[in-house]
Every structure is written in structure tokens, then in C-alpha cells.
Design a protein. Sequence first.
Length: 166
Amino acid sequence: MITFPAARHRRFSRSRAPRSAARGVGLIEVLIAVLVMAIGLLGIAAMQATALRNSQSSLERSQAVIQSYGILDAMRANLDVARAGTYNTADFVCDPPAAPGSLVAADQARWLASIEESMGEDACGRIQCDVIAGSQSRNCTITVRWDDTRGTEGAEEQQIQTVTRL
């Protein structure tokens, strides 16, 4: 028979809190976990909203560049008339002409209608070509302006300028 020392047989008494004092600890831990998760989910929702807003603004900027190149391609197809300055607009034009009478007016009407369709009714465009001294080519600046309140918190009016030589 094996005998154990007396110290091993002794029962160690553990002091336990009364059952009523330990009852709410699990509930408090669950409430704190729910609070932490709620704050995390709100952060994720805010990041998603910001990403969506920035994505919309990026799309509009890309559309502005595409529209600029669209009118430049039309001007290059009608190069002699474009170099004569016929495509120039005095200021920003927002509404396409109702009945274009010439090829230049038709190109501008299609361009402005395309700008409005892809970027909203407030979008406008301007074409300015300058003469380079001693050369047949011209420097042309195409400017597209639009309302970007959804994409840039507060900065409403945005514009993109594309400068090229015809």
C-alpha cells in the first residue's frame, strides 16, 4: 500500500464569492463586446461611404478627360477649320445648340450633349485655341467644368483642362 504525505491529503479551501455577486459579470462582458463591435461596424460603414463618394468623383474626372479627347478627335478630323479658330467658344457653353447648321456646330452639339449625359446637366465645356507665331499649328485648351458636390464634400465646381497642339 502506498501512503501519501499528509499535506497532499489536505483540502485547500478556495474562497468563492457568493453566487449573487457573480451573476452579472457575463452580461457586462457581452454588452462591452457588442459596443466594441458596433463601433467597428460604424467605422466600416463610414469607410464604405467614403469609398463610394471618391469612386463617383473619380468616374466624373475620367469622363471629363474622355470628353476632352472626344472633341479633340473631332477637331483633328476637321483640322483646317479647327486651326482657323472656328471651334473656339467665347466662354463656357452648357447647352448644346438646338439645330446645328455646320459641321463645327454639329461637333460641338454632340460634344456638349455627351458631356451632359455622362456628367450631369450642370456640366459645361469651353474650347480655346491660340496661334503659335510662325507656325500653322495651334495650342488648344479644352476645359470641362461640372458640379462635383457628391464627390468632394463642399468643393462644388471642378474643372479639367486638356492642352494640346493641333
